[in-house]
Design a protein around this ligand. Structure first.
Ligand SMILES: C=C(O[C@@H]1C=C(C(=O)O)C=C[C@H]1O)C(=O)O
Length: 381
């Protein structure tokens, strides 16, 4: 027998032991996976992995093999986490994930802000027929509560602006209440300084608006540093406040429509920083409403706090040729340095590639929720 054959026989015997031990290890990993699933614990445990590496590297007799042993242990632990992810995914109810509800007939609709708000404009632009007797709400959360309490079927509220970015409170409420995005609408936003008729700019002392109104008009206020900027519920609520006060020292940042509705004058027009200032509004409903014409998907998920997981997940989108539109991250409430990731991408959940990517995303994330599958709005509104 040649030396090579002898060596290989030796390896075969070792492999036999290794495989049998590895199988035993995977079986224990599965049990740990079940335990973690029941206790809602994350799969990855950084401290434990550090310990496993330390205690095993300590017992190496040939120090030259440390690099290989480390690599071996890391691979073993990666595979152990894979098995735990399968355990976690095995009970996922995919039918429920993709179960869609028909749109509501004669729906009750609510929007954020006083009459004259940009949300009201978005509502009028989105629905083919102007909704009869819509309700309005003065905080984002009261609109979510109205959906939960079945006061309304759909709510209209802003989610992002082209110059200031995400409206983070709305993202956080989406995570908190678990409703669905059933549609979207873009509205061009022109902000004006408005006040009582005949008001002179040098009489103004206070300006009221939603924080977004101030953020979108910072350039204009550089020349009016003495004015007190007072955040209020919405731009249209601010217009109403000025009207109700009958005080020339008070002004508001709001739309031309709000000025007209509340009988106010425009003191300075188009004070927004960017002429093409646009806001994306979402139509929120209780349930997922998807049909074959829907071409945009939104999801929210969180990951194990482990290097490379986001890359590994997003890679599936490239593999499935899915076009990502937007990614937004928000801190998890009450969990320091943990994040929820919100992803928008092109496609329909009934398409095979989207379906495949969603399953992988759900399988490999600690938390996952399909936020909606709806018709993408045109941006030049
Ligand atoms: C098996 C566990 O889950 C993961 C896998 C580990 C392993 O295979 O040794 C160690 C830590 C965790 O990242 C565990 O928590 O013990």
């Amino acid at each position: 027998m040649s030396d090579l054959e002898d060596y290989r026989k030796e390896l075969d015997a070792i492999d036999q032991e290794l495989v049998s031990l590895f199988e035993k290890r995977l079986a224990v990993s599965k049990k740990i996976g079940n335990y973690k699933k029941n206790q809602s614990l994350p799969i990855y445990d950084k401290e434990r992995e550090r310990q496993v590496l330390l205690q095993n590297i300590r017992q190496i007799t040939d120090k030259d093999s440390e690099v290989q042993v480390r690599h071996f242990l890391e691979t073993v632990m990666d595979l152990s986490k894979e098995v735990q992810k399968d355990v976690r995914a095995s009970t996922v109810d995919y039918d429920q994930l993709f179960a869609s509800h028909p749109p509501k007939n004669d729906p009750k609709i609510g929007y954020f802000g006083e009459t004259g708000s940009f949300c009201e404009e978005a509502m009028l632009a989105y629905f083919d027929e102007a909704p009869a007797n819509p309700s309005n709400y003065h905080t984002f959360e009261s609109l979510f509560l109205a959906i939960r309490n079945k006061e309304i079927d759909y709510g209209v509220l802003p989610i992002e602006n082209s110059s200031t970015g995400a409206i983070s409170q709305v993202y956080d409420l989406l995570a908190k209440y678990g409703f669905s995005i059933v549609g979207e609408q873009y509205i061009k936003i022109e902000q004006h300084l408005i006040g009582l008729e005949g008001t002179n700019l040098d009489e103004v002392e206070e300006v009221y608006s939603h924080p977004q109104g101030f953020q979108q008009s910072t350039e204009y206020f550089k020349n009016h540093e003495k004015w007190r900027q007072i955040p209020f519920h919405s731009t249209s609520d601010s217009a109403k406040l000025v009207k109700d006060s009958q005080d020339v020292r008070k002004s508001a940042i709001a739309s031309r429509r709000a000025a007209e509705i509340h009988g106010l004058s425009i003191l300075a027009d188009n004070i927004q920083n960017e002429s093409e200032n646009t806001t994306r509004f979402i139509i929120l409903g209780k349930d997922l409403e998807s049909n074959p014409r829907c071409n945009k998907v939104s999801v929210v998920f969180s990951l194990d706090n482990e290097a490379g997981t986001l890359f590994k997940l997003l890679r599936h989108f490239a593999e499935y040729h899915i076009n990502l539109i937007k990614i937004e991250s928000r801190p998890v409430q009450g969990e320091k340095w943990e994040y929820l990731l919100y992803l928008d991408f092109e496609g329909n959940i009934a398409e095979e590639n989207v379906n495949g990517a969603l399953r992988l995303l759900q399988k490999n994330s600690v938390y996952f929720r399909l936020l909606g599958c709806y018709i993408a709005a045109t941006k030049n509104k």
